[in-house]
Design a protein around this ligand. Structure first.
Ligand code: HEM
Length: 211
């Protein structure tokens, strides 16, 4: 079976080499998603500053929107981009079977091995078509985290219209904390993701050009 040995993902086959590393739809949705997320985080920080409900403020210079009304407009515009683009990404991944192929299985043993190798700077990434267990976990995490961000955001936006969701997230106040914690998780992912990309720059070329 093709996937029985996760180590074999490190060596591209001849058939693999003739295909683009990342198809065009994936590159488009990835970069649109990155833009939407950066706009959402910047404007979200400005919206947070209007209340500062956790007892601190985010430096104004790294927020987006200028004032609360402007930040809300950025936030809602980027929200639609994230939802539409995210659904498209998930739909194509699900319908083509790519989600299962590319991100699963995530075996705890392989994950531990890859994590140790990554910490020692020895994680092989010879074939960018296949993700190692650390990447798989990080990408599945960010998909679930983004879904949680959207769901908690819906409660904050239309609290009365989503009563079940609101109760599941601990009421309006609970949803506020969930939204903030999910945003923090997303920021941690982005920081680690960008460092990993900087360590293996040819993955960036593949995500830009496909090859
Ligand atoms: C803004 C700077 C970003 C850069 C430079 C960047 C770069 C990359 C690169 C190079 C890859 C391919 C990794 C590889 O082949 O090993 C990748 C994949 C991925 N990135 Fe990013 N990324 C950025 C932002 C984001 C953001 C904000 C998110 C999500 C919120 C994200 C989510 C993902 C996911 C889920 C994948 C896997 C895509 C798939 O194969 O379906 N990225 N990114």
């Amino acid at each position: 079976m093709k996937r029985s040995n996760p180590r074999q993902h490190d060596m591209p086959t001849d058939a693999d080499k003739s295909k683009p590393v990342h198809p065009a739809w994936l590159r488009c949705t990835h970069w649109l998603n990155a833009i939407a997320v950066l706009l959402l985080i910047g404007s979200g920080w400005r919206i947070y500053n209007a209340t500062g409900f956790l007892g601190f403020k985010i430096p104004r210079d790294i927020t987006l929107g200028g004032w609360l009304g402007g930040a809300l407009q950025w936030h809602f515009a980027a929200m639609w981009l994230l939802i539409a683009n995210g659904l498209l990404y998930l739909l194509v991944n699900l319908m083509s079977g790519r989600l299962r192929r590319q991100f699963f299985p995530i075996s705890p043993r392989q994950l531990l091995r890859d994590l140790m190798a990554a910490l020692r700077g020895k994680l092989s990434h010879a074939d960018p078509r296949h993700y190692n267990s650390v990447q798989r976990l990080a990408y599945v995490f960010v998909m679930l985290d983004s879904a949680l961000l959207v769901l908690s955001g819906l409660v904050l936006w239309k609290s009365v219209q989503f009563p079940l969701l609101r109760e599941l997230l601990g009421g309006y106040e609970g949803a506020r904390y969930v939204h903030f914690i999910a945003m923090t998780g997303l920021c941690v992912f982005i920081a680690v993701h960008v460092v990993m990309v900087a360590l293996v720059p040819r993955t960036l070329l593949a995500m830009l050009r496909g090859r």
